[in-house]
Write a protein that binds this ligand. Structure first.
Ligand SMILES: [Zn+2]
Length: 326
């Protein structure tokens, strides 16, 4: 129960637990990390713990914990962006009540999501509260880009960065979710980058179809006709999930590279799903350099498609590289 429901983040959990046990809570915490890293879950557990009376809070069973989880605790406030920003009006609405004593719990808690979206007037208003906070008030700011926060706000927060999960932690997370086939688990561990939110979304959607498609694509590019791959490039350039497909291609090429450099070849590799038969007889060093170039090209195109690039042209160039023509 409690903090154990979160996989990983041992140091952060221990630090929070220690401050709860010592009764030494601060007035402002900043949980940062990319979307999906678990900031919101951690903040909610911490908020529950601050007002839970159990010996090892949060118990998640008492009335206070349940009210916090359902969003009905009178001492827990949540600010989320309205449109593209957190506006001063939103802070004004709750500012006065934050100064009153808690209704039920020991603390008044205000979770501010996407804190980097605070407008300058809103950030200044928050700063004013932080300069002389009422003793029972605790802010928990959640942020993907802490460098975008006002430095004066940042300096008043205890900063905590959520770390990417280790592969074994992603595996533990997936096991908690029930049956995820081992092959799929391996793919998710490789593609989620240790992000629990992304790993769970991938487990939910399933990666088998995209993986199968990536393998077919690879065959078509390496062994199909030149005209065919230009048509493929055109089709792919319109896809909204192109990035997911490129991620899997990168995974396959990385597999090929690792096994090629390790001097392995052939059948053993097929277990990991990589199409390595074509590299089996090649000179390993030369092949390794070629695969490394493709890995770099895949990373580069991932960056390019986020910008204003001619996607079709970029994919055509990638396919030519994969084919070994350029
Ligand atoms: Zn409780």
């Amino acid at each position: 129960m409690g903090f154990d429901t979160i996989v990983g983040q041992q140091l952060l959990k221990k630090t929070l637990q220690r401050s709860l046990q010592g009764g030494e809570t601060g007035h402002a915490y900043l949980f940062s990390g990319p979307p999906g890293c678990g900031k919101r879950t951690m903040a909610l557990l911490f908020a529950q713990a601050l007002n839970c009376g159990a010996p090892d809070p949060p118990c998640q069973q008492c009335s206070s914990c349940r009210k916090s989880a359902s969003g009905n605790h009178p001492d827990l406030y949540r600010l989320v962006p309205q449109g593209n920003s957190l506006k001063i009006e939103q802070l004004r609405e709750i500012r006065e009540s934050l100064h009153y004593l808690p209704v039920e719990g020991r603390h008044k808690i205000c979770i501010i999501e996407d804190a980097e979206l605070l407008t300058l007037p809103a950030a200044n208003s928050l700063l004013k509260i932080l300069e002389e906070p009422p003793s029972q008030l605790v802010f928990i700011l959640l942020c993907s880009r802490p460098w975008a926060l006002l430095p004066t706000v940042l300096s008043r927060c205890a900063p905590f960065m959520l770390k990417p999960l280790q592969p074994r932690e992603v595996a533990a997370l997936l096991e908690r979710q029930g049956k995820v086939p081992p092959r799929q688990q391996e793919l998710i561990i490789a593609l989620s980058g240790g992000n629990p939110g992304l790993a769970l979304a991938q487990a939910e959607q399933g990666l088998e179809d995209t993986y199968g498609e990536a393998r077919s694509l690879l065959k078509a590019v390496e062994h199909g006709s030149a005209a065919g791959i230009f048509a493929l490039a055109e089709k792919l350039s319109a896809r909204t999930d192109l990035s997911a497909l490129l991620d899997i291609l990168l995974y396959i090429y990385r597999d090929r590279l690792v096994y090629t450099l390790a001097g392995c070849a052939g059948e053993a590799l097929l277990e990991s799903g990589a199409l390595i038969e074509s590299v089996a007889e090649a000179d390993n060093m030369e092949k390794g350099l070629f695969l490394e170039r493709i890995c770099r090209a895949l990373l580069q195109i991932q960056n390019e498609i986020r910008g204003n690039v001619n996607r079709r042209l970029a994919i055509e160039v990638l396919f030519m590289q994969m084919r070994g023509v350029i």
